[in-house]
Each structure stands twice: as structure tokens, then as C-alpha cells.
Design a binder for this molecule. Structure first.
Ligand code: 13P
Ligand code: ZN
Ligand code: NA
Length: 282
């Protein structure tokens, strides 16, 4: 079913597991995620970055995900990931997205608060939950790049004030993860996460989970993260499957090589659902 992210995230928080949020960019990725979520009875979020929106448009993406979600036996939400402006958030809401992120993390604190307040005000009127970000998650997400030096950990007390001032539903925290893969193992600041959880009363979101060892993701969930974002590993899986299939020059039917890519995405999605502990929750 096609739903907002509100209830599934609350349920995850109460049940001490996390809703996996997968970045999708085409029909095959949507099918791969929803088929696996249905098999494992997991609630799930599908999300699109601004560059994916540029590639396919919010109307096309929403129509495709809604159609697939309505045929799916588990709750599915469609989320705007890293919304870079209030205009883009409004576009997504108008198109029928059921969850949005406004990412003002690159802005000075007062401006991040202001843009987040604005989007919360608009989204609240149509009862759609809003995610924001405080601190800067490092790495590269499509066009968005934050160098290791620019990356900034979330300050717990600032997070408490930010949540109070904005009324946001969920908060992406920077505790040492980065978008994309890692050189070596990421070092996560679990102690900081625990301090944030202790004084901040909204859903906490972990970005940059591709390349983070399963044990570390599980520890973040135990410490209070209720949504975990996966993008790069799915893209890599699709590409690996397609590339492997295309080594056979006899293959010219897109259905054949895309199916190979889809199978690789399904395997990755399956692992991530199990890590999030969301199987059998829907
Ligand atoms: P990864 O690409 O590291 O999985 O990060 C995903 C993400 O945070 C999407 O917002
Ligand atoms: Zn992210
Ligand atoms: Na990552």
C-alpha cells in the first residue's frame, strides 16, 4: 500500500528496528525493492535525490512508485531525499510524494532553521512528514559533495534546539558516515549518537549506510536510529549485474540484461532489510 512515512517510522521506533530507505532511479530498482520487501514482509521507503528528479521528473517517479506500491502488500512511502530548496519540496508534495527531506545542512544554522520551518509549515498542511539534517554527512551523493574536512558532526544540544525550533518529524545526524563507499572502515561516533538520542525527541536517520559494516548499522539502530538510507550499494549492484550480462554480445534485449541487474539489487536489498531488522514487521 502507498502510505506516508509517519506510522512506519513510529512503529520502527517503538519496535527498536529501522525502516530501510532505498534510493531508486528507475522501474527495475522500484520492482527489485518492492518485490523483496513483500517477500520479507518489511515496510519500506523509496527515495529520490534531486539528480534523480532531474533525470526522470517528480510526476513520472511518483506515478511509477504509486502504481507499484498500490500492488504491494506492505506499506511503501515515497520520500524526497536531500531536497535542496523549498521549491523542490513543494514540487514533490504537489506530485504526491508521501514524505520529504529539506536539507539545509550546508547553510548557517539560522538559515537551516528558517528553510526547515518553512517546509514543515507547508508539509504539515497536507499531513506529510518532514526530515531535516543538522551537521554535515560527508562524501558524494550525486552532485552533492562534502569533503572530509567540511563534514561536521551533529552537536547534540544544537540538535535539541533545532528540533524544538522547527517541529521537524525526523532528523538526519552526522556521526561519521559518508555518502558513497569508504576508504577503509568508517569510524562512527556511537557515543555522540547516544547523547543525541537522550535529548532529542524525534525519529533519527542514518545517511551514508553503503559500506558501513552490518554490525555498526545494527549498533546505530540499537542506539535509536529508526531509518537507514542505502543508495550507492544498490546502484553498484544494478550496474554489476548489467555489466556481467552484457559481456555476452548476443544479448540485445533490455529485458534480459536489466533482469540480471535487478536480481543483484534484490540480493542487496534482502541483506539490508535483514540488517535493519524490519522483516516480518508488515
Ligand atoms: P550511501 O550512498 O552511502 O548508501 O548513502 C545513501 C544516502 O544517505 C541517501 O541519502
Ligand atoms: Zn543522504
Ligand atoms: Na556510504
Amino acid at each position: 500500500s502507498f502510505v506516508t512515512s509517519q506510522q512506519m517510522l513510529e512503529d520502527a521506533r517503538n519496535g527498536q528496528y529501522a525502516v530501510p530507505a532505498f534510493n531508486i532511479e528507475n522501474m527495475e530498482m522500484v520492482q527489485a525493492v518492492l518485490q523483496t520487501a513483500a517477500e520479507l514482509r518489511s515496510p519500506v521507503m523509496l527515495q529520490t535525490t534531486p539528480s534523480t528528479v532531474k533525470y526522470a521528473g517528480v510526476e513520472m517517479l511518483q506515478a511509477m512508485v504509486r502504481a507499484a506500491a498500490e500492488l504491494c502488500p506492505v506499506p511503501v512511502a515515497l520520500h524526497l531525499d536531500h531536497g535542496e530548496s523549498s521549491d523542490l519540496a513543494v514540487q514533490a508534495l504537489r506530485a504526491g510524494y508521501t514524505s520529504v527531506m529539506i536539507d539545509g545542512s550546508k547553510l548557517p544554522l539560522a538559515e537551516n532553521i528558517a528553510i526547515t520551518q518553512k517546509v514543515v509549515g507547508i508539509a504539515r498542511a497536507v499531513r506529510i512528514p518532514v526530515e531535516a539534517e543538522l551537521g554535515k554527512v560527508g562524501g558524494k551523493e550525486d552532485g552533492l559533495e562534502v569533503s572530509a574536512k567540511e563534514a561536521a558532526y551533529t552537536d547534540p544540544e544544537e540538535a535539541r534546539q533545532f528540533v524544538g525550533a522547527t517541529g521537524v518529524n525526523s532528523l538526519a545526524v552526522a556521526i561519521g558516515t559518508a555518502h558513497g563507499f569508504y576508504k577503509g572502515e568508517p569510524k562512527l561516533d556511537f557515543e555522540r549518537l547516544a547523547r543525541i538520542r537522550a535529548i532529542v525527541d524525534v525519529i533519527l536517520v542514518l545517511h551514508g549506510a553503503s559500506g558501513v559494516p552490518d554490525e555498526a548499522v545494527r549498533r546505530c539502530i540499537a542506539l535509536g536510529v529508526s531509518k537507514v538510507n542505502f543508495a550507492t550499494e544498490l546502484r553498484a549492484a544494478l550496474t554489476r549485474g548489467v555489466r556481467e550480462a552484457l559481456t555476452d554480445p548476443g544479448i540485445i534485449d533490455p529485458k534480459v540484461f536489466m533482469k540480471a541487474g535487478k536480481q543483484c539489487v534484490q540480493e542487496t536489498v534482502r541483506q539490508k532489510i535483514l540488517v535493519c531488522g524490519s522483516a516480518q514487521r508488515a
